[in-house]
Structures are given as structure tokens and as C-alpha cells.
Design a protein around this ligand. Structure first.
Ligand code: DON
Length: 310
């Protein structure tokens, strides 16, 4: 484990330098046009620890679109709100399919494989939409509370862009509704989902906001329970098996940390009983995971011996 944070700071800087030129190996997401406008050369990394230390390098304080990383927070909110009923409506198995695939959902009668593929996250968005009177506001306020930062905001430009190009997500939601697995009106579910994906946060804010998952559900800053230890375990288990989509097996095989990526280029990795790593670099590989972000987590995990399977 990392003892000396100033050594870590130097290590992060060195890692960024070695990765710098590799941004050409991926492609910035363009199916949401607003995301395609972000510079491919942006790059940041941050590590925060449950005992209150922070080390960061590069653009680690620059906000970016958190996209699918928001699925982690939505899941925690839904678990807190409806408890085990959630698992009647969504499964906890890896999908073996791209994150926005629709094929499996038809075979499996509108029950998504897990809460971090798009179908599952839309199901979770439905739970939030139907159980909170103002679900978008509740979500934003949850993020601000977790990150201890009232400056966190929804990027309306990204939101509008997602809304205008959200036909596949609409198809997933309508298909689930046809199987009676969605309660709210579809436009409301989509609006909630696109809102949470459009939240902008920096690596540092994201790393801070996820410390509770490294600390058995307790926010180490306030000592308040964000979720039960059992649910923190469950979220970490889902992130370990499905958080990096169809690359999750390879990620577990070579790195061994619960992690989640977003098409904005962010990757978060939870190091239980230690802290959180967050990286950002927009160019993505064919699975939809940040090329450099994944490399950075891999290098850090290997050099520092952070795998949960050790
Ligand atoms: O559903 C979408 O298309 C996006 N708003 C979020 C997808 C995403 O980040 C998938 N991650 N790799």
C-alpha cells in the first residue's frame, strides 16, 4: 500500500508523462456530439485515501462529463430507496455484450443483466424517477454531498446533445416498458438518465465522492453511513464483474479492482480499505473504456500492489 503521498504525487506525474503520446490509440466518443468537442489530449489522474490524503497530476481538477460513472451513484440511491426489491427487476450478472446492446434484453424478457449496462441504468433511473418527487435534484444533491462540493453542476449542453441523440436508450426503455419493467413515463426516465450522465466532475471530485465504497459504506470525512456495508460489498462486486463492460473479465484478470468507466473518458477504481483512483482521458478503446485511463489504473495497481485478489 501507498504510505508516502509525496512519492505518489511524483509517481502520478511520471505515469502521465509515459502515457502522454498514447491518446492517438483511442477515439473520442462522437455518438453524443457534445462529447466529441472535448480535446483528446486532456489527461488527469487523482488518488484519494480514506485517511484524507490526495495526490493528483495533469488535468485532475478539470470537470468532465461523468457519463456512465453516474450509474454507480444511481445504483446506491436505488438500493437505499427500495432495498432488495431492486433485484427482482435487474440481475447482477455480466452481460458479455456492448454497454448499449438491446439483443439480450429481448431474450431475457426486459430484465437487464446488471445495473451498469445502459438497460440496467435506465431501470435504476425509473426507480429514482418513480420514488423521488424531484429525482434529478436529489441526484445532484447526492453528488454534492458525497464530494463535499456544492460547485458540482449539470452540463446542459451535454444534456441537450444526449437528448437529441438518445434513440437507442429510448428503445431500451420502451422495450422494458413493454415487459412491464418500467413504471414511469419513458420521457421522464430518459430525462433523469441523461441528466445524471451530464453531470460534470473532476477526477478529484469523483475520487472524493466514492471513498465510502472503499470504506464499507461510511463517508470517511463525516463518518456518516452512505449505504450499508452489505450494499457497499454488492456495488463493488458488480463493478468487479461488469463495471468495465465487455472488458471486465480482462480488467479483473490483469488489474483486479472494482472499476467503472464512462464514455466521457473517466475511469474510477475502488481500492477497498484504502481509497479511490480516478483517471480521465477522452479517447476510448473498442469497449468504450478510456485507453490511457485504463493504462494508468493498470500501472498504478501493478506498481503499488493494489489488486483485491492478492
Ligand atoms: O447512455 C449513454 O449513451 C451515455 N449517456 C452513457 C454511456 C456510457 O458512458 C457508457 N460508458 N462507457
Amino acid at each position: 500500500m501507498i504510505k508516502d503521498i509525496s512519492n505518489l504525487q511524483t509517481k502520478l506525474q511520471t505515469l502521465l508523462t509515459t502515457q502522454k503520446s498514447l491518446y492517438t490509440q483511442g477515439r473520442v466518443a462522437d455518438y453524443i456530439p457534445a462529447l466529441a468537442e472535448v480535446s483528446a489530449e486532456k489527461m488527469g489522474v487523482c488518488v484519494t485515501t480514506i485517511d484524507g490524503k490526495t495526490a493528483g497530476a495533469g488535468d485532475y481538477q478539470v470537470p468532465f462529463s461523468i457519463q456512465s460513472i453516474s450509474k454507480v451513484f444511481g445504483l446506491v440511491m436505488a438500493m437505499n430507496r427500495i432495498g432488495d426489491d431492486l433485484w427482482q427487476r435487474v440481475n447482477m450478472e455480466p452481460s458479455g455484450q456492448p454497454f448499449n446492446s438491446i439483443i439480450q434484453l429481448e431474450w431475457e424478457k426486459g430484465i437487464p443483466r446488471n445495473p451498469v449496462i445502459n438497460a440496467g441504468a435506465l431501470l435504476v433511473a425509473d426507480v429514482l424517477t418513480s420514488h423521488f418527487s424531484a429525482s434529478k435534484l436529489a441526484f445532484l444533491s447526492f453528488m454534492r454531498t458525497l464530494a463535499h462540493d456544492e460547485a458540482i453542476y449539470i452540463d446542459n449542453y451535454v444534456y441537450q446533445s444526449e437528448l437529441a441523440h438518445g434513440n437507442r436508450n429510448a428503445a431500451l426503455a420502451y422495450l422494458m416498458k413493454s415487459f412491464d419493467n418500467i413504471e414511469s413515463e419513458i420521457p421522464d426516465v430518459l430525462s433523469h438518465y441523461f441528466t445524471q450522465c451530464s453531470i460534470a466532475m473532476s477526477c478529484e471530485q469523483l475520487a472524493n465522492s466514492l471513498l465510502f465504497l472503499a470504506n464499507k459504506g461510511i463517508d470517511p470525512v463525516t463518518n456518516q453511513a452512505i449505504c450499508t456495508p452489505r450494499d457497499a460489498h454488492r456495488v463493488n462486486a458488480i463493478l468487479s464483474t461488469s463495471g468495465m463492460y465487455d472488458q471486465s473479465g480482462q480488467f479483473a484478470f490483469s488489474i483486479g479492482l472494482p472499476a467503472k468507466s464512462g464514455v466521457g473518458g473517466g475511469v474510477i477504481a475502488i481500492v477497498p480499505n484504502y481509497g479511490v483512483i480516478c483517471t480521465w482521458s477522452p479517447p476510448l478503446n473498442s469497449f468504450g473504456n478510456s485507453v490511457i485511463g485504463t493504462n494508468l489504473v493498470a500501472s498504478l495497481a501493478e506498481e503499488l500492489g493494489l489488486s483485491i485478489y492478492h
